[in-house]
Design a protein around this ligand. Structure first.
Ligand code: 6PG
Length: 246
């Protein structure tokens, strides 16, 4: 199947969260007789999305069918302000009363990131029933975009960019919390749907570089690695983040 690059540009970040929430609801509704497996992105952009899904649209999803994973995590306790799990737990899981058995957290705080990465990959493989070397196929993977072109915790120049065998590896961030655990590009690219959600003028140069600039490569802009193999890739952008696109 050809790569399908849909770009949805909306006026502002409130409308962005609303459009993405509706996409989530539609996608979850399609997984009728099996778990709907979604990997959440980190950072701050998803917070409006989580509040919408846990708010007035909560009754539009059969939540017991949803399994929550994380596309990346900072190696710190789950109650730390920088934890990607904490944001989702505070604004989505707790308000919705999501059963802990439906949430698969990356346990990177124990001081052995590579072991945590291997364990997380094993958890995914066991839940999906997909042994190595086949690739587990998420229903939906959410991604953010850093202003340096990173996505998940795939940072420019990182050895993780070239990973072709493992689904989950350790990574190092050049800024902020350094030790990370991240999905690799092959795992992301095997998803049925991949959704970038990007807001803000400061992201516009990276959005243009990733979507339009063929003179820069994925080493410098890792989000260029995201090319679904048999899936759907959609970029949801607010007008500010899209403002440098031609
Ligand atoms: C992380 C994220 C990362 C994030 C982007 C955008 O753990 O930091 O997974 O890839 O999505 O950096 O972050 P903001 O949404 O905060 O701009």
């Amino acid at each position: 199947m050809a790569i399908v690059n849909d770009i949805c540009i909306v006026e502002h970040d409130e409308k962005l969260a609303s459009e993405v929430a509706d996409f989530f609801i539609r996608s979850a509704g399609e997984a009728r007789d099996r778990p709907f497996r979604v990997a959440l992105s980190g950072g701050s952009t998803p917070s409006k999305l989580y509040r919408l899904l846990a708010g007035d649209r909560a009754n539009r999803v059969k939540w017991p069918h949803v399994q929550f994973y994380f596309g990346d995590e900072r190696c710190m306790p789950p109650d730390h302000a920088e934890s990607n799990f904490k944001l989702a737990n505070d604004t989505l899981f707790r308000p919705l009363g999501i059963d802990v058995a439906q949430v698969f957290r990356i346990e990177g705080e124990a001081g052995q990131p590579d072991l945590a990465a291997r364990r997380y990959e094993e958890t995914i493989r066991q839940q999906f029933g997909i042994p190595f070397p086949a690739w587990p196929r998420f229903d939906l993977i959410f991604l953010g975009l850093g202003d340096d072109g990173h996505t998940a915790s795939l940072f420019p120049g990182s050895p993780a960019l070239g990973e072709k065998v493992r689904a989950v590896v350790v990574s190092e961030s050049p800024r902020g919390v350094t030790h990370r655990i991240t999905f690799t590009a092959p795992l992301i690219n095997h998803a049925r749907s991949i959704v970038f959600m990007v807001a803000g003028l400061h992201k516009a140069p990276a959005v243009r570089a990733v979507l339009e600039d063929d003179t820069v490569n994925a080493t410098h802009y890792p989000a260029k690695l995201i090319r679904p193999i048999e899936g759907h890739l959609i970029w949801y952008l607010d007008r500010a983040a899209a403002s440098a696109l031609t």
